[in-house]
Ligand binder design. Structure first.
Ligand SMILES: [Zn+2]
Length: 363
C-alpha cells in the first residue's frame, strides 16, 4: 500500500555529457535575457570563455570562497543591478550555487543582504541557473543555501532559492581530484540514505533514493580510482537522483551532526557527513533499513556500514577525532547536533546522551 504524498519540483533538468555546449540555446529556453555568471577562482577562465561564447552573459563574478560569504553575495547583487540582469548562473560546487541563490533572491528585494541574512523574508528571486561541477551537493535541485557572514554560518531554506533550471554536464567533473570525488560522492550517498530514512520520506522519494544509492555504490570507487567518463557520468546521475530525493524528503541526523563537525573540526561538508555515516547506519538499523541494505546487495546494515568505513579509509578520510583539528568537546557536539532542526527527521530518536555515546566511540 503506497501512502499518500506530495512532491514538487520547479526546476527544469538538462543532463548529458557535453551538455554545456548548448548553453545559449538552453538559456533562451528558460527565458534568460541577461545574466551574471558566478564561479570560484578555479573556474574563472572557463567563466570568461563562456561569457565570450554566450551572448546572454553580461558579467562574471569569479571570487566565490569555499565557505561562501555574504560579501560575495553583495558583489553579485551589485553586478545584477548594474547590468540589469534577470538571471544568475552558478558554475561550480555548492559554494557557487549557494552564492547565486542568495544573490538572485536579494537582487529582487528592497532590503539589504544583511537584513535577509538576519531573517527578513524573501518575496521572490531572479532566475537561477545551476551548473554543478562536482557530483555531490544536489544543490542544483534544492531550495537551500548555506552562506556565512564572518564566522556566522546560516542554512536558509526558501522556495525563492529553487533553481529555474540546472545543466548537469558530467564533463565538468572530469578534472575533480580523486579525494574530492570521494568526499562529494559520499555526500551524495548520504543525501540518498538520509532521504530514505527521513520521517518525511514518501514512495516517490524512496524510489529516487534507492536508485541513487545503487548507482553511487556501483560507481563511486571507479570514479575515485580511475575517473572514467562512464563512472563520472553515473556519479553525476546518482547525485542528481539523490538531490531529487532529499529536496522533498529532507536530510536527518548525519547532516545535523555535520554542521558542528565542520565548524569546530574544519571538515569539508561531505567529509563531515561521512564522519558519522557508518555509525548512524548502525544506530538507525530498523527493519526497513535492514531491507534496504539487502536490496543494495549487503547481508545487512552492519555490512553496508563496513563498506562505507572501508571507502573512507581507502580515500584517506578522517575516521576519528584523533585525525581532526580542534579541541574535542563531546558535550557541545552532542548538544548542538541534538538541537539541529534536521535531527527531528531522524527515524530513531537520538538524544544528547545517545549522540555523545556515538561521538565517544569515534575518539
Ligand atoms: Zn550534504
Amino acid at each position: 500500500m503506497i501512502d499518500a504524498f506530495s512532491y514538487s519540483l520547479n526546476t527544469a533538468i538538462h543532463f548529458g555529457f557535453g551538455k554545456l555546449r548548448e548553453l545559449p540555446a538552453l538559456l533562451d529556453g528558460c527565458g534568460v535575457r541577461c545574466a551574471v555568471l558566478v564561479c570560484d577562482r578555479f573556474f574563472a577562465a572557463m567563466g570568461e570563455t563562456l561569457k565570450e561564447s554566450t551572448p546572454q552573459i553580461a558579467a562574471v563574478f569569479s571570487d566565490v570562497e569555499p565557505n561562501p560569504q555574504l560579501s560575495g553575495v553583495k558583489e553579485v547583487v551589485r553586478l545584477v543591478r548594474e547590468t540589469g540582469a534577470d538571471s544568475v548562473i552558478a558554475l561550480g560546487g555548492g559554494s557557487s550555487i549557494d552564492t547565486a541563490k542568495f544573490a538572485a533572491a536579494c537582487a529582487c528585494s528592497d532590503k539589504t543582504p544583511d537584513a535577509h541574512f538576519d531573517g527578513a523574508p524573501f518575496t521572490g528571486a531572479e532566475k537561477i541557473i545551476a551548473v554543478p561541477t562536482t557530483a555531490g551537493t544536489g544543490s542544483e535541485v534544492t531550495a537551500v543555501s548555506v552562506v556565512s557572514r564572518g564566522e556566522e554560518k546560516k542554512t536558509v531554506h526558501n522556495p525563492a532559492f529553487q533553481p529555474t533550471a540546472c545543466i548537469v554536464d558530467p564533463a565538468l567533473t572530469m578534472s575533480v581530484p580523486p579525494r574530492t570525488t570521494l568526499i562529494t560522492g559520499l555526500d551524495a550517498f548520504t543525501h540518498a540514505i538520509e532521504a530514505f530514512w527521513s520521517v518525511r520520506h514518501s514512495a516517490l522519494t524512496d524510489a529516487l533514493a534507492v536508485e541513487a544509492m545503487r548507482v553511487i555504490l556501483a560507481n563511486l570507487e571507479a570514479s575515485y580510482e580511475k575517473g572514467t567518463e562512464e563512472a563520472r557520468t553515473a556519479m553525476a546521475y546518482g547525485s542528481l537522483l539523490a538531490g531529487l530525493a532529499f529536496s522533498n524528503a529532507k536530510t536527518a541526523a548525519c547532516h545535523a551532526c555535520s554542521y558542528p563537525l565542520s565548524m569546530y573540526h574544519h571538515l569539508p561538508h561531505g567529509e563531515a557527513c561521512a564522519f558519522t555515516l557508518d555509525s548512524l547506519i548502525r544506530l538507525n538499523a530498523d527493519d526497513r533499513l535492514q531491507n534496504l541494505a539487502k536490496t543494495l546487495g549487503f547481508s545487512g546494515c552492519d555490512a553496508l556500514a563496513d563498506e562505507i568505513y572501508r571507502l573512507k579509509v581507502k580515500g584517506g578520510l578522517r575516521v576519528r577525532f584523533a585525525d581532526c583539528e580542534g579541541d574535542v568537546d563531546l558535550d557541545r557536539l552532542a548538544k548542538e547536533s541534538a538541537e539541529h532542526m534536521l535531527m527531528q527527521n531522524n527515524p530513531v530518536k537520538l538524544d544528547e546522551a545517545a549522540l555523545k555515546a556515538m561521538f565517544k566511540k569515534l575518539m
